[in-house]
Ligand binder design. Structure first.
Ligand code: GDP
Ligand code: MG
Length: 597
């Protein structure tokens, strides 16, 4: 295809503002997919994505469009995830296209993720076309939202397109704007091949599929290619495009987006951001790479039934092949037995992986408290990364600790501002900025990541009745007075409940945790002390009193079936318990005990 007839774009939006619906409508109205094959949210492939209504993997589709000028254009849409955890995928796919549609719900206005995503588009030098969506709704206020886009983001919104992705109003205008307002890609057909590796994933039938954007040169079936970063060499088996179903083509030229397969064994071998060139007469210099994504939240995953450890290993290995941002290593816990310490990009990423293991592999899991990565500076000058509070070295050898901090941007209606400030303050936040966009306040806080990973987002939603939006980025490490708090149940330390806390908050946190555990652990035939401690010093304590009677005693031995049922129920309950010395702790305790409310 001629360069002047290609437009490559992405759609950026806050979650639920209608990105997927708009993509569906663009695909459908151009006849890319026949009406009878159209199902909602075509691009959100995985079940979990559909259920949670979020897009996790970036997806792509090629649309043929005959414009009002009578010319035929090829439009390549790369769909991007909207959630903060997947910001890295947004930035990666942004570099493969020249323009963005900025979708804003005209009944809601600009939200935190609108900002985060549009700044990424601006960073990638995109031409941006604002789209005001959901104009079919009575609450739509296009003028106000257009003004907000100009005030808050600083881009011209006078020519914003007014759309209802649901009913189809403005879809034709959107297609025309893509052709007229977005730039065509540039590139040279005769130059050595430079293809950007945008994404890769595992397909059960075809093996690893690599999504590429050709910058220069031509890629053909049978070509011998080389990955410039890893130096791996492959022969290209298949070249194609997504419509969104795969369709094989002969070649991909400059400006085009498509896929290749090349008998690549695992997704890990294909580094996102790498440059693909020809093995012979290849390019001399690679394209500027992407920032690699690093896991920021770690937690332990253990099988509830310890005989399922090998099944868990198998599940984790399979998932990791397909998700290079997910890391794992084996872990043994005195309390939980054999399991894995896993690293994730954020909490949503953690939940998605955990759900998939439980659902697709049918393994019940115990998830330990999520922890961030601390930097431990030893007295001998060495720096260690702490992924698991249980591994905290001997304090006498430690000089100081540093924790990761984030810059959080929160947009919230005025009336909830007070609650948001209080929440951020409670989480050791330092206010950086406070400004207004209409009746909405925009606050920027410097916060410790560990105060955010656990339940910050849930708390924020609950104190603002769902009206706040939130986004964050890492800003680096800073020293603080951090200590490891251990929990002892019946005088036995339960390693899976160890957490890192700020010294000033330790007593409060310890007390809250002991109280929680007292409610979560069932009573036994003996008294159980529950303690929180720093080093050897106990800072909080609760006692769970002993059970006086057998649970079945109140059945008076008369009703045999009822007694049996009760015992069976107890036995079933037991499966979800873990034995710690003489005490059984239910699996839910490991997460619930750490929630702060
Ligand atoms: P995404 O998270 O940005 O991908 O948003 P979705 O496309 O999943 O849309 C979120 C919700 O808004 C869904 O329930 C859609 O049906 C609905 N929606 C999307 N566009 C419109 C629209 O133009 N009008 C109305 N009334 N609802 C819409
Ligand atoms: Mg979506």
């Amino acid at each position: 295809t001629e360069l002047s007839k290609i437009r490559n774009f992405s759609i950026v939006a806050h979650i639920d503002h209608g990105k997927s619906t708009l993509a569906d409508r663009l695909i459908q109205s151009t006849g890319t997919v026949q009406d009878r094959d159209m199902k909602e949210q075509l691009l959100d492939a995985m079940d979990i994505e559909r259920e949670r209504g979020i897009t996790i993997k970036a997806n792509t589709v090629r649309i043929d469009y005959e414009a009002d000028d009578g010319e035929r254009y090829v439009l390549n849409l790369i769909d991007t995830p909207g959630h903060v955890d997947f910001a890295y995928e947004v930035s990666r796919s942004m570099r493969a296209v020249e323009g963005s549609l900025l979708v804003v719900d005209s009944t809601q206005g600009v939200e935190a993720q609108t900002l985060a995503n549009v700044y990424q588009a601006i960073d990638a030098d995109h031409e941006i076309v604002p789209v005001l969506n959901k104009i079919d709704l009575p609450a739509a206020d296009c003028d106000r939202v257009a003004e907000q886009i100009e005030d808050v983001i600083g881009i011209d919104a006078t020519d914003a397109i007014r759309v209802s992705a649901k009913t189809g109003i403005g879809i034709k205008d959107t297609l025309e704007a893509i052709v007229k307002r977005l730039p065509a890609p540039t590139g040279e057909r005769d130059a050595p091949l430079k293809a950007m590796l945008v994404d890769s994933w595992y397909d059960a039938y075809l093996g690893v599929i690599v999504l590429v954007r050709i910058m220069d040169g031509v890629l053909k079936k049978g070509d011998q290619i080389k990955m410039m970063q890893t130096n791996a060499r492959y022969g290209v088996d298949r070249i194609g495009v997504f419509r969104p179903a795969m369709q094989v083509v002969d070649e991909l030229g400059p400006g085009e987006i498509g896929f290749i397969t090349a008998s690549i064994k695992q997704v890990r071998d294909t580094k996102v951001g790498d440059t693909i060139t020809h093995d012979k007469k290849g390019a001399e210099t690679a394209l500027p790479g992407f920032k690699p994504s690093v896991p920021v939240v770690f937690c332990g995953l253990f099988p509830v039934d310890s005989s399922e450890f090998e099944d868990l290993r198998d599940a984790i290995e399979k998932l990791a092949l397909n998700d290079a941002s997910f890391s794992y290593e084996m872990e043994t816990s005195a309390a939980l037995g054999f399991g894995f310490r896993c690293g994730f990009l954020g909490l949503l990423h953690l939940e998605v992986i955990r759900d998939r293991i439980e659902r697709e592999y049918n393994i019940e899991l115990i998830t330990t408290a999520p922890s961030v990565v601390y930097h431990i500076f030893m007295k001998d000058g060495e720096m260690l990364e702490l992924h698991n509070p249980a591994d905290m070295p001997d304090l006498s050898k430690v000089d100081h600790l540093e924790e990761p901090r984030i810059k959080a941007t929160i947009l919230v209606p005025d009336e909830y501002l007070g609650d948001v400030l209080k929440l951020c303050q409670d989480r050791r936040g330092i206010q950086q900025d406070l400004s207004y966009a209409g009746s909405r306040a925009m606050v920027v806080y410097d916060l410790p990541l560990n105060e955010v990973v656990f339940d910050f987002y849930d708390r924020l939603k609950s104190v603002t009745k769902g009206y706040a939006s939130f986004d964050y980025q890492m800003i680096g490490y800073r020293a603080d007075n951090l200590v490891k708090m251990s929990v002892l149940v019946n005088d036995e330390p339960v390693d899976a409940l160890s957490t890192m806390v700020h010294r000033d908050r330790a007593e409060q946190r310890g007390r809250a945790m002991c109280e929680k555990l007292k409610d979560l652990i069932p009573r036994h035939m003996f008294k159980i002390p529950i303690q929180a401690a720093i080093g050897g010093k106990v800072i909080a304590r609760e006692t769970l009193s002993a059970l006086r009677k057998d649970v079945t005693a109140k059945c008076y031995g008369g009703d045999a079936t009822r007694k049996r049922k009760l015992l069976e129920k107890q036995k079933a309950g037991k499966k979800k318990m873990r034995q710690f010395g003489r005490v059984e702790i239910p699996q839910e305790a490991f997460i619930s005990a750490l929630k702060m409310d």
